[in-house]
Design a protein around this ligand. Structure first.
Ligand code: DX5
Ligand code: ZN
Length: 223
């Protein structure tokens, strides 16, 4: 099985110490830093924008991917801004992009890896036509908008079916899972076919230090 990559979500970080905490997560081996962008329209919460990506870029080596999850309406308006700020991956919701193929093309034209994602109630069939064009497919295992929510159990079967779709395509796209993933369910999520794991509260708000919480995920995945 390919090495599972960890993507700590900064939504759960202490924003008064963001640089210090992101640096600790990177030093502890996180392969992605997951940046949750929310506009208060597509989801009932407002978070951050390109300036945070720009601020974090110098902290991340070329090997650490700034993984931007756009939970915003009409994401096409902001692709260039996030690309210029330093995003390595930009993931858009199928529910938010009327012209999804054009948005995915626009992300790639900026030299950034395109990702697509879908809400828990959106069927995988919504990805069928675009899957060959993306480098990442993200399964939301919670309803987007907030951290610290519970993993939706039906997500595991959805992950399994998406893995089958990617394998049938011969796709090398990453399968990322986002929401409610903890040390007690991460092995199930990986076994279903995810190879990138987003975790916010379990890493930045977990029982130990950020380093200890990341180590606990690695140990849970090795079992
Ligand atoms: C929710 C975000 C998730 C969230 C994950 O809309 O997309 O990335 O921050 O947080 P946890 O791991 O606490 O569920
Ligand atoms: Zn996210």
């Amino acid at each position: 099985m390919q090495k599972i990559k960890l993507a700590p979500s900064i939504l759960a970080a202490d924003f008064a110490r963001l640089g210090e905490q992101v640096t600790e997560a990177i030093t502890a081996g996180a392969e992605h830093i997951h940046i949750d962008v929310m506009d208060g329209h597509f989801v009932p919460n407002i978070t951050i924008g390109p300036l945070i990506v720009k601020a974090l870029r110098p902290l991340a080596s070329a090997a650490t991917r700034l993984d931007v999850h756009l939970m915003i309406e009409n994401p096409d308006r902001y692709i260039a801004a996030f690309a210029q700020a330093g995003a390595d991956i930009i993931t858009v919701h199928v529910e938010a992009a009327t012209h999804l193929h054009r948005v995915v093309q626009a992300i790639r034209e900026q030299g950034v890896r395109p990702g697509v994602t879908l809400n828990p109630a959106t069927p995988l069939s919504a990805l069928e036509e675009i899957l060959p064009d993306v480098d990442l497919a993200l399964i939301m295992s919670v309803n987007p908008g907030f951290g610290s929510q519970s993993y939706i159990p039906g997500s595991t079967d959805k992950i399994r079916r998406l893995r089958e779709m990617l394998d049938d395509l011969g796709s090398t796209a990453d399968l990322e899972v986002d929401g409610g993933v903890k040390t007690y369910n991460v092995a199930e999520v990986a076994a279903a076919g995810a190879n990138v794991i987003v975790a916010g509260s379990a890493i930045f708000g977990g029982p130990g230090t950020i380093t200890e919480n990341i180590r606990a995920f690695r140990e849970a995945l090795e079992k």
